[in-house]
Design a protein around this ligand. Structure first.
Ligand SMILES: Cc1ncc(COP(=O)(O)O)c(C=O)c1O
Length: 366
């Protein structure tokens, strides 16, 4: 088994596969492009850790600038960053529930500033009680459902009611609103996406104004994604954008945000060429996220992956010259579930390994 140290300098052609590879030039360009979009703007970035779950990459996102902190999907992700150190403002853009989680939440809150989404008084009561007992303060965002139909109270009065229940507590503090326009993220037509985003985010902005009119300060309205940020990030009243996939990209997301490059691939090996024009690769559904479609072969538009169902095989057609042992880069349709399957990124430039970054949050689902 290769250790990370002796991988550095190796040619990608010599790597054991399947492994998760990250093109450093492409990734750096993506971080720069996203950061530049927020230069001089009131709205800032809060990159979403769920995309890659890698501490090194999260540090690079902050270092690229124009960031206010990091977004996490789960408490386990926040624990990874709090433990690593150097992350002083973490948002868990999700509900955290139950005594086991409360014990962990207050421990994480001892290490760094934590903000958590809530959409029911029982969330407020539970977090307030745990934080008060532990002697910490946890910030809360009231999650508003602006059309996605996932979590969240309705905009307007229901959100104001929940904000009122937070104000004046000892263990929790009302910080603002969580409003993710996830139902608009995959709208392919840019004009339709823009309209949908504007309509949806305006519900959050109107809710902000309503709460402010009652004298309750709203520090933050947080939402947005790698495909909606140009619109969401320019609306007056939205403070932070939770883009995630821009760092690594995948082929589905590149259709929505072509200004970002495909940095992430799963490097595979041809293990069989059983018939003319057909090759079989050494990865299947266990090694690559495919929620948005089959993977695609990088820089080989002719190559076809007609079905993608085997656990450990990918059949590729229309590849006349491929030989056994050849290395092939597969681009996933979904980067986030792919990264969650691996323990490290093999970082490369010009065909050689330049670094190995642990994916500390891999498999942290709780
Ligand atoms: C709460 C939340 N915010 C933001 C995002 C946007 O992330 P991305 O840029 O990867 O679409 C997501 C995606 O799932 C999300 O769930």
């Amino acid at each position: 088994m290769d250790t990370p140290r002796n991988l550095i300098g190796q040619s990608l052609d010599d790597l054991d596969t399947p492994c998760l590879t990250l093109n450093l030039t492409a990734c750096d360009k993506n971080l720069r492009t996203m950061s530049d979009a927020f230069a001089g703007k009131a709205c800032k970035l809060r990159p979403h850790f769920k995309n890659h779950k890698c501490v090194t990459l999260a540090r690079k996102q902050l270092a690229a600038g124009n960031c206010v902190g990091i977004t996490c999907a789960k408490l386990g992700e926040a624990e990874v960053l709090a433990q690593a150190g150097g992350f002083d403002d973490l948002l868990i853009a999700n509900q955290v529930v139950g005594p086991a989680k409360m014990a962990r939440l207050v421990e994480a809150a001892r290490k760094t500033r934590l903000t958590v989404a809530v959409d029911h008084p029982c969330h407020v009561d539970e977090i307030d009680a745990a934080a008060t007992t532990a002697g910490v303060v946890i910030d809360l965002l009231v999650e508003v459902d602006i059309g996605m139909g996932r979590c969240g109270v309705q905009p307007g009065e229901p959100a104001l009611d929940l904000a009122r229940r937070i104000v004046g507590r000892r263990g929790v503090r009302f910080r603002g609103l969580q409003a993710y326009e996830g139902h608009a993220v995959y709208t392919d037509d840019p004009a339709m996406r823009r309209d949908n985003v504007t309509r949806s985010m305006n519900l959050a902005i109107q809710t902000r104004r309503l709460i402010e009119q009652t004298g309750i300060p709203v520090e933050v309205v947080s939402g947005g994604s790698s495909s909606t940020y140009p619109t969401t990030g320019s609306l007056d009243g939205v403070n932070e954008i939770q883009s995630g996939t821009y760092a690594t990209m995948d082929w589905r997301y590149q259709q929505l945000a072509p200004r970002f490059d495909l940095a992430l691939t799963v490097l595979t090996t041809v293990i069989s060429t059983p018939a003319a024009g057909r090759a079989v690769l050494d990865v299947g559904v266990k090694g690559i996220g495919a929620e948005f479609g089959n993977p695609r072969v990088l820089h080989e538009p002719e190559a076809e992956i007609p079905s993608f169902r085997s656990e450990e095989h990918t059949v590729v057609r229309n590849v006349p010259a491929w030989r056994i042992g050849r290395k092939v880069h597969l681009v996933p349709s979904h980067a986030c579930t792919t990264c969650n399957l691996y323990r490290q990124f093999i970082v490369h430039q010009d065909g050689r390994v330049v670094d190995v970054w642990p994916i500390e949050g891999s498999g942290r689902l709780a």
